[in-house]
Design a protein around this ligand. Sequence first.
Ligand code: AHM
Ligand code: MG
Length: 340
Amino acid sequence: MVQHTATSVVTIERYIIEQERLYPEATGELSGILYDIALAAKMITNKVRRAGLVDILGATGGDNVQGEEVQKLDVFANETIIKAMDHGGRLCAMASEEEPGIIPIPEGFRCGKYCLLFDPLDGSSNIDVNVPVGTIFSVVRKITRGTRGEMEDLLQPGRRQVAAGYIIYGSSTMLVYTTGQGAHGFTYDPSIGEFLLSHPDIKIPNNPRYLSVNDAYEGQWDENVKSLMRKYRGLEGDRRALNVRYVGSLVADFHRNLLGGGVFCYPANKKRPNGKLRLLYEANPLAFIVEQAGGAACDGTTRILDLQPTELHQRTPLFIGSRAEVELAHETLAGVAATA
Ligand code: AHM
Ligand code: MG
């Protein structure tokens, strides 16, 4: 692999090309998908950055001048990604957290050998209060024979992902992705319209600092989940207490813990027996990234990347972050040492 430091100026395009060169058999299709996602991310970041101005500009001749309802940002993000991706000839099907079923490639466009699954704007309820939101994506290879992608292509376990990543629209916009050769982060420079390599080969710290969990659900948790949380807080066992940080925007919570070390938990509870987060759009892509960064992810008993999906919008409990913390979740919830 070509070595870069955070001080060399490397665009995401150049980095993707350099990674592709490591595989002489690569056709460039996967690289094309990543470029198109980066393009969609630039369009979404422009819109997100103006979110707080919509009312002001609408009243003075901006977006809302014809009295049209301002499009919700999650709908905009969904449509932007579909439009950026559906005609490139690289995908055979898509699925989005915002759409009930398969998103086919329109008639007349060539179908490729990959499928894209995405959450266009995760945590979108946070937009109104100026809290970071994100886009999450996952790419799998087509396994059925026909030209068009089918449900079977989309319902593959996470270990079959060939690429995954997220974009965080935070104090700056960052794109983090993996193709199985480490996890790499790029920061968007709006003045030149480029994502620049800022975090090569991210490794999650082994001395975790943060616990991210919504403990308003404590009354709904099983005893073993309560016990796990006491261990993370240093109230049971002999572990050092973690600091609690919870944004309520998965990408933001995950990103902080990836860089600072820690664990994000969304356990099952009595009202949500499968937790809240979606296996295909949220858990799988972030699990691929965290494993590439030396961390782990499980649903309490099973490694996330080994779960067999049965439906597009399937939910899963999620424990994700530094390896030792996720292993503790596995030991406490499944009663055996983790193998993830
Ligand atoms: P959404 O897909 O409706 O945006 O919900 C997902 C969000 C995540 O970003 C976040 O981690 C979680 O919901 C927070 O849920 P809760 O408010 O139950 O803690
Ligand atoms: Mg979501």
